[in-house]
Write a protein that binds this ligand. Sequence first.
Ligand code: S3P
Length: 173
Amino acid sequence: MTGRGQSIVLIGFMGAGKSSAGKALAFKTGLPRFDTDEMISKRFRLPVSEIFAQFGEEKFRDAETDALKQLALGVPAIIVTGGGIVLRPENVKMLQELGTVVSLEADEETLFRRISRRPTRPLLQTENPRATMMELLRVREPLYREAADVRLDTSLLGHDELADAVLQKLGKM
Ligand code: S3P
């Protein structure tokens, strides 16, 4: 595929609000929603944490790239991604071809508070999850920034406000 598609692609760190914004955006726009984590879980018939535990991160990353290849053939949509999708440059290229890439961001305190609500993220099952989060953020923040067409601070926004803010930024409201 060449050129830019019509999809809205949400990227960002765990806890940035991608999943809930994706649902609200699908509702508001009537576009179908695809979530790469859900696609992968369905394919393996396992939760993401189990895929990491049984097959390792690399296999999960391969499945992420496969999911994006699948989406490249599809209709315009709201596309929700996992926080590590930007780690592979080939993924970033595909995301940009799919449509407008929106980076959802939040301050560290907010991210950690949101992440701590659900103890399901395999990468943060460490002795010091806060330190792990900081290290992952350090590596990834520049990648989100470089991949994005549009950046949005979600720290003070609820799901609905966040979806409206995305649409406003894209000039669709
Ligand atoms: C990951 C984020 C998760 C999920 C997997 C790996 C990451 O998705 O893809 O646990 O590397 O940041 P969310 O960003 O939706 O939590």
